[in-house]
Ligand binder design. Structure first.
Ligand SMILES: C[S@@+](CC[C@H](N)C(=O)[O-])C[C@H]1O[C@@H](n2cnc3c(N)ncnc32)[C@H](O)[C@@H]1O
Length: 272
């Protein structure tokens, strides 16, 4: 029933919105009773084990379920047009578990007290959040969160994956969205031990996740992605390197459909 699918898709999208904004409050210590740094502090060993387990659970869910082979397997149980929405819902659930069960760790790694420096770091945090949101729209926000898939189902039209982008932020770095998250996690005027554990574990996850994503893109786009990889840095922009910087390259890299090889599946994009 397409209309039920649409409501399900909207519900999953709302779960993403809630978990994203809660994540900002959780990691930015924005007045929550329990956050990455605030809450009852117990013994360090068990707390560390629980915290690393929670990040690992999120990382495994988020990366494993985004791989083409896994998508093909679980589309035997979940209709193709609901695959992405279900993925988004499960990712939000894994994050909710992390928020609920996280155990802060005592101790301070740094605490910047100079007002201007604090302000600068806080501005960095919000710039990182803005980079995340803007990048989702550059990739294709509605595909990433499953709504274009359920909408195509309502209209009875085939879903076509969004094209690969080489413009705007994606002309400067290959992973602007993940760069935004890295900035959000590291830009803390006060870094507690718990916050540092979270940040290091998430950084490790982002490094592994983007490597897996690039493996899929290499298989799908082949030499086009290899050329993009040669021209554009992974995370940190360099003024002299961007997509199409070499004369005549733009056309060769192309912005057309992504998949000459087996399509990544009708459910839409993967994730790092
Ligand atoms: C959550 S997004 C993250 C994209 C990228 N790793 C980043 O950090 O900006 C993951 C999806 O984006 C897709 N993707 C990666 N680079 C892209 C690009 N330049 N244009 C369109 N989609 C892209 C991947 O195929 C994957 O389905």
């Amino acid at each position: 029933m397409p209309i039920l699918s649409l409501f399900y898709g909207l519900f999953c999208y709302l779960s993403f919105l809630a978990s994203f904004f809660y994540l900002l409050a959780f990691v930015g210590d924005l007045g929550l009773a329990r956050s990455v740094s605030v809450g009852p502090v117990g013994a360090a060993g068990p707390a560390l084990a629980v915290d690393l387990g929670l990040v690992a659970l999120f990382g495994i869910q988020h990366s494993l379920m985004a791989r083409p082979a896994f998508k093909r397997a679980w589309q035997r149980f979940v209709p193709a047009h609901l695959e992405r929405s279900t993925y988004v819902l499960l990712s939000s659930t894994a994050l909710a578990l992390l928020f609920l069960l996280w155990r802060p760790l005592a101790g301070e790694v740094w605490n910047v007290r100079q007002p201007l420096a604090r302000l600068g770091i806080q501005a960095g945090f919000w710039a990182g959040a803005a980079l995340v949101v803007t990048s989702t729209f550059m990739v294709s926000h509605w595909d990433l969160f499953g709504l274009r898939q359920v909408w195509a189902n309502v209209r009875g039209t085939p879903y076509r994956e969004a094209p690969f982008r080489l413009t705007a932020f994606y002309a400067r770095v290959r992973h602007p969205l993940m760069l935004g998250f890295l900035v959000v996690f590291w830009a803390a005027p006060r870094m507690t031990v718990g916050h540092l554990v979270f940040t290091l574990a998430m950084t490790a996850y982002i490094l592994v996740g983007t490597a897996l994503e690039e493996g899929d893109l290499m298989r799908n786009l082949g030499s086009r992605y290899a050329a993009y990889r040669r021209e554009v840095p992974r995370f940190f922009p360099l003024p002299w390197r961007r997509a199409g910087a070499t004369a005549g390259r733009e056309k060769q890299l192309g912005t057309g459909p992504r998949t000459p090889a087996p399509p990544p599946g009708p459910g839409g994009p993967s994730a790092p």
